[in-house]
Ligand binder design. Structure first.
Ligand SMILES: [Fe+2]
Ligand SMILES: [Fe+2]
Length: 240
């Protein structure tokens, strides 16, 4: 198979006072220089889901000269009826990107209007199962909330309410990788044959502890899936 490169940015929070244009500028430049095949934006494009914040977010996302983009909403984007703006300005909150028979990437909207908690629900878990049932060498699920706890989040309020059902579906369907954002903690767990990766915020200073704003670069080739975490102003860490 030809190598496929995915850049995952997350939690860009346009409109937030913590947003850093210098972070966005550097990130755009570095990602454009590597010309990935797909840009994944795993939610929290905005701070409060307001129209003017969506307009800023779209302006910024347009700066990435990447042919294909897969964008899903986060809990912040579904505030204040922002979920309707998402559908109008961006489109289907359950997008799919396919690369021949090599890879399918399915995005899922885990948000609920004005709630920070997330869920996929029985209907969409079944739809995702169907989408993943096709014969692809690699399968990636993208959603905003966590499917398993990660450290440094305080008391657990961040995993999907139906995480067990979604994990079971993903495991049975042969999903290789789950990509999330949400709590701005870069982390990875291995669970059965899946890797579960959370991305930090890429373009804000709203980081927890000593984490630095970062994005992920995922390379898929005949040897498997390789993940690097790239600090926007720092080092690149080979995650796995
Ligand atoms: Fe966020
Ligand atoms: Fe979030």
């Amino acid at each position: 198979m030809n190598k496929i490169t995915i850049a995952q940015i997350s939690d860009i929070h346009c409109g937030s006072s913590y947003f850093g244009m210098e972070l966005m500028d550097a990130c755009v430049e570095r990602i454009n220089a590597m010309s990935p095949d797909l840009l994944v934006v795993s939610g929290d494009l905005t701070s409060e889901g307001f129209l003017h914040e969506y307009e800023i977010a779209m302006e910024q996302i347009k700066r990435f000269k990447v042919a294909r983009k897969l964008i899903i909403p986060g809990n912040h984007d579904s505030r204040n009826v922002g979920y309707r703006i998402f559908e109008k300005m961006i489109g289907n909150p359950f997008p799919v990107a396919k690369f021949n028979a090599d890879l399918i990437v399915c995005g899922a909207d885990s948000t609920e209007p004005d709630l920070d908690e997330g869920q996929i629900g029985r209907h969409w878990t079944g739809m995702l199962k169907k989408r993943f049932s096709a014969d692809f060498k690699h399968k990636i699920l993208v959603l905003h909330h966590h499917v398993i706890s990660v450290p440094n989040c305080g008391r657990e309020m961040n995993i999907l309410q139906d995480a067990g059902d979604v994990l079971k579906m993903a495991h049975k369907a042969g999903v290789d990788l789950i990509l999330s954002g949400h709590k701005h903690i870069p982390w990875i767990w291995r669970l059965e044959n899946m890797r579960v990766v959370t991305c930090c915020t890429t373009t804000t200073k709203r980081v927890r502890g000593f984490h630095k704003p970062s994005y992920n670069v995922i390379e898929i080739d005949s040897a498997g899936i390789h993940i690097n975490r790239v600090e926007v102003f720092g080092k690149t860490v080979k995650v796995c």
